[in-house]
Design a protein around this ligand. Structure first.
Ligand code: ADP
Ligand code: MG
Length: 396
């Protein structure tokens, strides 16, 4: 199964084993090869299933379990072993690592920690069958009405065109978010429901509580009542993101313009931050202010990509070179202005790839989405830049 991480687990305790299985079964790009309740049988199961990762809970009999891990590391060096234990003392961790374990997880296992451990084991292994947790793209705006929702939704729909991806869109504009209207959907549950029930949700339930748009994008909308936004804690929201990252290959987050604690949590969890601006002074001034504020959070500023929306809107726009000089950053991408196409897409609840697949704005957003996802794209064809365009592989 190319691109999938194959896992076998061994845990004599039914409760913790089922818990682990529940997490793994719901994860995107993870295949549960086998689950075993006896240490003495597991070595043979690994011989037969040759998984990429073996997860062993050692609580039932530490000595036997550590001997098993030592044997697995010897006989299957390419299989990454993850140890699970309710004990956390340094001696035990050291023993597990010396037996050949690559990761040590504390029981009860938290989904974010499991995803992190699987990522690290996958990254340290060679071979082609490697999974990775989701890529998170936050779309932020330098001013109200700059196009954040329009671009976030259309990036998500563009990404979902590739059937190998599973995409979820989170509407973080808690008061006035309109992602659901944009996609003409009436979701059953909102971010509030998911955040409030986060401790009880598993991946299968999470997927069930999200509504799937015909483009393939799953949507997690803002709460129904404006006043409910305040009851979502940053801690629970971060857990929601952790669960979504375990279940989807791509998360697109439509940020609010208030840059509150949830927006900051999203920014910290992101791989890419698309900061949308227009070529006018108020927007550019806010870009400078935002970049300066983001310095407070480790590593966040480096993830920011400045994307200009509505280029060619009118003659009074500030030039790209002047804008770059003002913000002291390069412009990463430019999206052309096309009000009639975007407003038609909004009013009819159809994403651009459906309502205007050939329009230059649609092509531009699709190329931006691929560039962010690390795909094969046509480098921004700037006749606009006065240069020749060429095909190029772009990495993240
Ligand atoms: N590239 C574009 N060309 C023309 N109009 C656009 C473009 N992007 C967004 N718009 C329009 O700008 C307005 C605000 O867009 P919206 O996505 O709601 O912004 P935000 O979420 O930042 O408030 C909408 O009327 C939308 O149709
Ligand atoms: Mg919006």
């Amino acid at each position: 199964m190319s691109g999938t991480l194959r896992i076998s687990i061994c845990d004599p305790n039914e409760g913790t084993r089922d818990n682990l299985k529940k997490y793994l079964i719901g994860m995107d790009k993870v295949w549960l090869e086998a689950d075993c309740s006896r240490y003495e049988f597991f070595s043979e199961i690994v011989d037969q299933t040759t998984p990429d990762v073996a997860i062993v809970d050692i609580d039932d009999d530490e000595t036997t379990a550590l001997e098993l891990i030592e044997k697995l590391s010897r006989t299957h060096p390419s299989c990454g072993v993850i140890v699970v234990s309710s004990r956390t003392d340094g001696q035990l961790i050291l023993k597990a690592m010396r037996s050949g374990a690559r990761e040590f997880l504390n029981s009860p296992v938290q989904i974010e920690e499991l995803v992190g451990a699987l990522d690290r084991v996958a990254a340290s292994s060679d071979g082609a069958t490697r999974s990775k947790s989701a890529s998170v793209i936050s779309v932020a705006g330098a001013s109200g009405g700059v196009g954040t929702t329009s671009i976030a939704i259309n990036i998500a729909c563009a990404l979902a065109q590739n059937p190998d991806r599973s995409v979820v869109l989170v509407d973080l504009d808690l008061a006035l978010g309109d992602a659901d209207v944009f996609l003409e959907m009436i979701p059953d549950y909102t971010l509030l429901d998911v955040a409030q029930n986060i401790s009880r949700l598993d991946l299968a339930l999470l997927r069930k509580s999200l509504t799937k748009h015909e483009s393939g994008v799953y949507v997690l909308p803002r709460p129904i009542q404006i006043e409910d936004g305040g009851s979502i804690s940053a801690e629970n929201f971060t857990k929601v993101l952790g669960l979504l990252k375990a279940s989807f290959s791509h998360l697109v987050i439509d940020l609010s313009k208030s840059y509150n604690r949830l927006d900051v949590a999203a920014l910290q969890s992101s791989d890419h931050i698309v900061l949308l601006t227009q070529l006018d002074l108020p927007c550019l001034r806010n870009v400078v202010r935002l970049l300066s504020s983001l310095e407070l959070y480790d590593g966040v500023q480096d993830k920011v990509k400045i994307v200009v929306n509505r280029t060619g809107l009118d003659k009074s726009q500030i030039s790209s070179s002047k804008a770059e000089e003002t913000i002291d950053r390069e412009i990463y991408w430019r999206i052309p202005n096309n009000y009639s196409v975007v407003s038609e897409c909004r009013n009819n609840g159809k994403p651009l790839i459906r309502s205007a697949p050939k329009a230059a704005i649609t092509q531009s957003i699709c190329e931006l989405a691929e560039k962010l996802a690390g795909g094969f794209v046509v480098e921004e064809s700037e006749d606009k830049k006065g240069k020749k365009s060429w095909l190029k592989f772009l990495s993240k």
